[in-house]
Design a protein around this ligand. Structure first.
Ligand SMILES: [Zn+2]
Length: 309
């Protein structure tokens, strides 16, 4: 199968010092190369791709990593994000269960590898990769001290202002978010289907994940969630980067939570408490059972923002 060859090529590029692999990249290989937070994730070999019809021509694919969006029609397929490279073959098979049309465009919501890991494989399939300019810049540099992504994985269409695609009788708005989760976040709004994919700016699985090392900010997270609310209508289905398909109510809930935690921590910073003292004071103890995932990235981002004010 063509894509398998591509995966092997991608693997040897990505793994650099590894000898030519005789099989797909393993979970351990990936973890070693990318230093990913993969604790508790299943081995890629066991991952199944689930397909959910969201609305209109839009489907959400779930496997391991960020939620994938797929919009199908006679003009071809638009994809949003592509999870990890070792899953590309399974993801392509799931897409082929929906449509045999070519994958015309692949939009990256941001640079993290659980959203763009399959880029090289899908560009080999003919997809034109589209992302905010900072996504390409960070891929060319390599993120988290890792080597640059293979050139085949880099976005070839980049933008800093909203752009639109017009395919399958539908307008698709690609909208840069203020720097929220990273400094290359984008939302993708399928206007005809009334589906908004917000990438990792919006998640239903825990506190906002603000990756300060890749340009994420608290103020951008607040502004990004507000932008999502401004875009979405009463019936808009909102796809999070991680978690379940939602509506405005869940985005509002995450925004309220973000403001609440900020307002709890502000007086502690005002009193001159150190970051360690604030963590020890457990200011979010009542919220953590529901939202505790990624507190390690949320609290530092809030603290950095507040001491800066
Ligand atoms: Zn992410």
């Amino acid at each position: 199968m063509e894509i398998k060859t591509t995966i092997l090529t991608g693997a040897s590029v990505l793994l650099l010092t590894q000898t030519a692999a005789a099989q797909l990249v393993t979970y351990e290989d990936y973890q070693a190369v990318f230093d990913l937070d993969l604790a508790g994730r299943p081995a890629f070999e066991t991952v199944q791709i689930e397909v959910e019809h969201v609305a209109g021509s839009f489907y959400s694919l779930r496997g391991e990593g960020g939620n994938i969006g797929v919009s199908i029609g006679d003009d071809g397929i638009i994809m949003v994000d592509d999870q990890f490279a070792p899953l590309s073959e399974k993801i392509l098979a799931a897409i082929r269960s929906l449509s045999d049309e070519p994958i015309r465009f692949l939009i990256n919501t941001h640079v993290h590898d659980d959203h763009v890991g399959g880029n090289a494989n899908f560009s080999s399939e003919g997809a034109t990769i589209v992302a905010q300019e900072n996504v390409r810049i960070r891929m060319m540099q390599g993120i988290r001290g890792n080597p640059p992504s293979p050139q085949q994985a880099w976005p070839v269409v980049t933008f800093n202002d909203q752009i639109k695609l017009h395919l399958n009788g539908e307008d698709v708005w690609i909208i840069p978010s203020p720097p929220a989760h990273t400094d290359g976040d984008s939302f993708v709004f399928f206007r005809g289907s009334d589906v908004l994919h917000m990438g990792d700016v919006f998640r239903t699985t825990g506190y906002p994940n603000i990756d300060v090392g890749n340009g994420g900010t608290l103020e951008g997270t607040i502004a990004g969630l507000e932008l999502g609310l401004a875009l979405a209508g009463p019936d808009t289905k909102i796809v999070p980067g991680h978690g379940v398909v939602s509506t405005r109510a869940e985005v509002q809930e995450l925004l309220n939570l973000t403001l609440e935690v900020r307002d709890r921590i502000a007086p502690l910073v005002e009193r001159g408490m150190s970051f360690e003292e604030i963590v020890a004071a457990q200011p979010t103890a009542d919220l953590d059972p529901r939202w505790g995932r990624r507190l390690d990235r949320f609290l530092p981002a809030i603290f950095l923002h507040l001491i800066d004010e």
